[in-house]
Design a protein around this ligand. Structure first.
Ligand SMILES: CC(C)(COP(=O)(O)OP(=O)(O)OC[C@H]1O[C@@H](n2cnc3c(N)ncnc32)[C@H](O)[C@@H]1OP(=O)(O)O)[C@@H](O)C(=O)NCCC(=O)NCCS
Length: 151
């Protein structure tokens, strides 16, 4: 089941983030995002299986800020389903494109951390390099911006 998330879900979302990302966000990040006023249908969606949270997506406007599926449930189509859900709601609200910025990636199918394959199979196109966008593991990493048109 995929549903809209709200402030009451911050703890679950943070927990998913910690389990799924090598470089998780602080809980303050989510508190701040949920307190910001925005002109989008919803800022975040949560996927649950038997009442257990397994995935979430968070948006700022038409930019995807975070999307993850807890490792045990990866490669079962959940990431694609959550992404489609958010895209459909943006489309129905009249938005015409959606984007995501991820750290350097190279379409390497043998690298389990390379999310570019996931983005490409979901019809996102690499559009732009944002130099030194991420500060992680003691150095700066470029951000690759992927965009998809919503018709
Ligand atoms: C990226 C992520 C959200 C994908 O979620 P998911 O539920 O596992 O993805 P799906 O099952 O919907 O995958 C759909 C297709 O994308 C591709 N794909 C997904 N993950 C991949 C990976 N790690 N490596 C290569 N291809 C991948 C595959 O083609 C897959 O189809 P297949 O399983 O039939 O081969 C998940 O791996 C994750 O949470 N990663 C850690 C957090 C992260 O990097 N988030 C950034 C998201 S852009």
């Amino acid at each position: 089941m995929i549903r809209s998330a709200n402030k009451q879900d911050i703890s679950s979302i943070h927990h998913l983030d910690i389990k799924s990302y090598d470089y998780p966000m602080e809980i303050e990040f989510f508190r701040t995002k949920f307190s910001e006023e925005e002109d989008v249908p919803c800022k975040a969606y949560l996927a649950t299986i038997q009442n257990k949270s397994v995935s979430y997506i968070m948006l700022s406007g038409t930019e995807i800020l975070r999307l993850c599926v807890t490792p045990k449930f990866q490669r079962k189509g959940i990431g694609t389903a959550v992404l489609n859900h958010a895209e459909n709601n943006l489309r129905n609200a009249g938005f015409r494109s959606v984007s995501i910025v991820v750290p350097e990636c190279h379409c390497n199918k043998d690298n389990p951390d390379d999310v570019s394959v996931f983005l490409l199979v979901n019809y996102y196109l690499a559009k732009e390099i944002l130099w030194n966008k991420f500060d992680m593991y003691g150095r700066n990493w470029d951000g690759y911006k992927f965009t998809k048109g919503l018709k």
